[in-house]
Design a binder for this molecule. Structure first.
Ligand code: ADE
Length: 230
């Protein structure tokens, strides 16, 4: 079994890359695929870059060229709602692309026209394992819910209210939905685990800088412990 681990930015993977036993690296589409093991499990760890297109290309390469059996996306996200705070973990049970809008044709916002699903559901077993690991850390607050993805760093209180009312989203980020979309098309189990770096409001960029290291530490710890249970 080989697990594909995707992060959008170098910082999000730094801890995991240090902890993995590296066997070799391969370059494709300007991405470095790091092959080896983490806690004795075969892994391919890769930085996809920011945004939905980068993330989808990366996921397809993991499926086609590295034959991964499951995909885990880790990193940071903006929290939605007053209970989802910096440092918390959000384990996605489903994802939507919030910037998909074909409402002119009568589709609900987020619905990809002519697709047989509205959201992309994470593998229940992977969600359960992630949740079990979070619970084993006394001080780690974790939420399970929907994550909304779009090519936008959200820093606007009205937009968060909209993401909450329209999609019932717990967090927003810029890659998870397209990783989920690609994994869904390829029938590969996946989960997205994000740690909150900001509250996606008007001061989001400042909170982001402040909380990024702790958020990355939290998501890396959860992933590292999760890998042993797969
Ligand atoms: N990743 C971390 N914070 C985010 C935000 N506010 N919007 C989108 N992606 C994010």
């Amino acid at each position: 079994m080989t697990i594909g681990i995707i992060g959008a930015m170098d910082e999000e993977l730094e801890i995991l890359l240090k902890e993995m036993k590296m066997e070799r690296k391969e370059n494709k589409a300007q991405m470095v695929f790091n092959l080896g093991s983490l806690n004795d499990k075969n892994v391919v760890i890769v930085r996809c870059g920011i945004g939905k297109v980068n993330a989808a290309i990366c996921t397809q390469i993991l499926v086609d060229d590295f034959k991964v059996d499951a995909i885990i996306n880790v990193g940071v996200a903006g929290g939605i709602g007053k209970d989802v705070l910096p440092g918390d973990i959000v384990i996605a049970d489903s994802l939507v692309e919030h910037d998909m809008d074909a409402t002119a044709f009568g589709d609900k916002v987020g619905q990809i026209p002519r697709m047989d699903t509205f959201d992309f559901k994470c593998d229940p077993k992977l969600v359960e394992i992630a949740n079990k690991v979070c619970k084993s850390f006394e001080n780690q607050k974790a939420h399970i819910g929907r994550i909304a993805t779009g090519d936008q760093f959200v820093a606007d209180i009205e937009k968060i209210k909209w993401l909450s009312s329209e999609f019932d989203a717990y967090a927003c980020e810029m890659e998870g939905g397209s990783i989920a979309h690609t994994a869904y098309l390829n029938k590969i189990p996946f989960v997205v685990i994000r740690s909150i770096s900001d509250n996606a409001n008007n001061g989001a960029h400042m909170d982001y800088e402040k909380f990024l290291p702790i958020a990355i530490k939290n998501s890396s710890t959860i992933l590292n412990n999760m890998i042993s249970l797969l």
